[in-house]
Design a protein around this ligand. Structure first.
Ligand code: SAH
Length: 368
């Protein structure tokens, strides 16, 4: 006699541990919001993309501005030192980086600001980072400095002016998606169609979309509650204790519709619902939403402007020229190509946006 054993559907060979978790949750609870999917894909404690590997650089999946050249961090360092001075050079301040990756940007900032008298004595350096692998990397990169790590903003001290920076931080935070169909909004969630993960339109109430044109069939609206709450908290702290913020990211300046969820693996785009946990997953940053949170807290806002204009206003061309003077011919070419990648219109110069805000008493005149 043969006993018939009911087997669970077998995952196909290519399915990774994270996809199994996603499928199990969908089978249990129904379609999953895009934000939950993103949060799991990037931040699941064992299998999340950022939690298990260092994804940056030529051998990794993507290269960020600080990893292209030291010039990027040097310009940001000059900006932070200038902002600190414009705020009256407070004797103690919190220097916070959100999502510091390998720690390269902070290392370049700290190296260049050694030239600003009093800056290092006044700075309490804090990093907000969720990935244990990247924290280890940051520890190595910043071994000569005293640095404190935080999982969330909650434990970052709020008793001194705050100068906060972040490069490609907000694009890693989860977004919800809403889709307009048949005259109404639905939440776009991820369900199972046969054996495959697929998008489904589900009943849910959509957030307010003030200022947007009337939607057309198929329009997608992205909404990031976590980005908004982090921005609101940072802004409230700056409004209260003083300071300034600077964020660089790819995104859009005005509220807009669009599905911008994208996955990248080994410097190539990948299908967003495949290999979750093994590719980077991002959404374009809604700078209009971030800006309105800063304005609501009473901050003065600047930009967003293109990264190229911003870096040129801070003197990146002059810095490149200076570095080239002491360089070999091959190095000169590398510096030139890094300059073009960071600031060229066809590279990161326009697509990447820079947004700054400060308390109204600080004068940031001269910001591009
Ligand atoms: N700023 C770096 C890294 C950008 S990648 C660079 O430009 O190279 C995004 C970074 O944000 C990673 O360090 C990632 O681990 C971190 N991160 C993602 N979600 C986070 C969260 N909710 N809180 C803090 N850090 C987060």
């Amino acid at each position: 006699m043969h006993l018939r054993v009911q087997k669970e559907p077998q995952p196909s060979r290519s399915m990774n541990a994270l996809e199994e978790i996603v499928r199990r949750r969908i089978a249990q609870d129904g379609p999953m919001s895009v934000s939950e999917f993103m949060a799991l894909a990037l931040g699941h404690p064992q299998h999340g993309y950022y939690m298990k590997q260092d994804p940056f650089g030529v051998g990794g999946d993507f290269t960020t501005a600080p990893e292209i050249s030291q010039m990027f961090g040097e310009m940001i360092g000059a900006w932070v030192a200038d902002a600190w001075m414009k705020c009256g050079s407070p004797e103690r301040f919190i220097l916070l980086e959100c999502g510091p990756g390998r720690g390269t940007l902070m290392a370049d900032i700290l190296r260049v600001t050694k030239g600003a008298p009093g800056f290092h004595d006044a700075a309490d350096v804090h990093l907000m980072e969720t990935s244990p692998v990247l924290r280890e990397k940051q520890k190595e990169t910043l071994s000569e400095y005293e640095v404190q790590w935080h999982e969330t903003l909650e434990s970052v001290p709020d008793d001194a002016p705050l100068f906060v920076i972040g490069n490609e931080f907000f694009d890693a935070l989860p977004v919800q998606q809403f889709i307009y169909q048949d005259g109404r909004w639905y939440e776009r969630r991820i369900g199972l169609e046969g054996d495959a993960l697929s998008f489904a339109a589900c009943d849910a109430s959509a957030p307010e979309m003030a200022g947007l044109p009337a939607p057309k069939n198929g329009d997608v609206y992205e909404y990031s509650p976590l980005s908004r709450s982090i921005m609101a908290e940072l802004s409230a702290r700056i409004a209260k204790a003083g300071g300034a913020m600077l964020f660089m990211d790819y995104g859009y300046d005005q509220d807009a519709y669009g599905d911008t969820l994208q996955a990248v693996k080994a410097h190539q785009f990948a299908p967003v619902l495949e290999s979750a946990g093994d590719c980077d997953l991002t959404a374009h940053v809604d700078f209009a939403a971030l800006k309105s949170a800063a304005l609501e807290a009473g901050l003065e806002c600047f930009g967003p402007v293109g990264q190229g204009d911003f870096l040129r206003a801070l003197g990146i061309d002059v810095r490149a020229h200076m570095l080239q003077q002491k360089a070999s011919e091959a190095q000169q070419k590398d510096i030139q190509s890094a300059l073009e990648r960071l600031s060229g219109d066809d590279a990161m110069g326009r697509l990447f946006r820079v947004f700054a805000a400060c308390r109204k008493d600080a004068s940031m005149e001269g910001f591009a």
